[in-house]
Design a binder for this molecule. Structure first.
Ligand SMILES: [Zn+2]
Ligand SMILES: [Zn+2]
Ligand SMILES: [Zn+2]
Length: 233
């Protein structure tokens, strides 16, 4: 990797010298900080990495450097849902996909041959000439799952989560009210929208239900117990 980055810096230097844009050494300092982290970094994180190295550059200068780095094929700009743009090192000829934790933001990379071949087969079967693809899986990382309380009120769930009604607090009245909407203990719900303030929209079977926050506090939910070979999608 060290040799790789040494070679890439030389490659980049000759490209920016031919661009004749000046500040070559400063630009190389930005690139050096970036190459040293094999992470998916935001512009803000880049600014911090540079500060840690004693460089105090203008944000706009660093943004331009990163964009040039992208346009010359050394980095890729990623737009993961719910996150600011991130830059990642682009290794020519090497591809990977991502798992994105919607709780802590952690990004995990993976590559799966079967998945790659399947996508190519799907495209080809449609007479489609595939050039590239993005595979992003959103959910909770293993650490966030392990730190999560086994039971929580539905009101705390995030949009997009699929959960099981484990218990209904608030006595017979609340249970009857929910039963009249078709919701019972053991049912699976999909949280369609929870903005943290108003009503929640949940999907149950084929219907969408609006629940007040008070009611959503009374519904205790848990994650479905899923093993990799019995996941329903
Ligand atoms: Zn892929
Ligand atoms: Zn996480
Ligand atoms: Zn990546």
């Amino acid at each position: 990797m060290i040799n790789d980055s040494h070679f890439e810096k030389k490659n980049f230097r000759s490209l920016i010298e031919s661009d004749e844009i000046g500040n070559v050494e400063e630009r190389l300092n930005v690139i050096d900080a970036f190459l040293n982290t094999e992470e998916h970094v935001t512009l803000e994180e880049m600014m911090q990495l540079l500060k840690d190295r004693g460089f105090d550059y203008e944000t706009e200068f660093v943004r331009q450097c990163m964009n040039r780095w992208v346009s010359h094929g050394f980095a890729q700009k990623k737009l993961f849902e719910g996150q600011p743009p991130r830059y990642e090192h682009r290794h020519l000829g090497r591809h990977h996909d991502h798992l994105i934790c919607t709780k802590c933001g952690r990004i995990t990379e993976f590559w799966n041959e079967e998945m790659e071949m399947l996508q190519l087969r799907i495209a080809t079967s449609h007479g489609f000439h595939m050039l590239q693809h993005k595979m992003e899986i959103y959910g909770l990382c293993s650490q966030c799952v392990s730190e999560r309380a086994p039971l929580m009120p539905l009101a705390m769930a995030k949009s997009g989560e699929r959960l099981i009604i484990a218990d209904i607090m608030g006595g017979v009245q609340a249970r009857d009210r929910l039963a009249s909407m078709g919701l019972r203990k053991g049912d699976q719900l999909e949280v369609i929208n929870n903005d943290g303030f108003g009503r929640l929209i949940v999907g149950h079977d084929t219907i969408r239900i609006a629940l007040g926050r008070g009611m959503a506090q009374k519904i205790m939910v848990s994650l479905p117990n899923r093993k990799p070979d019995e996941v329903d999608i």
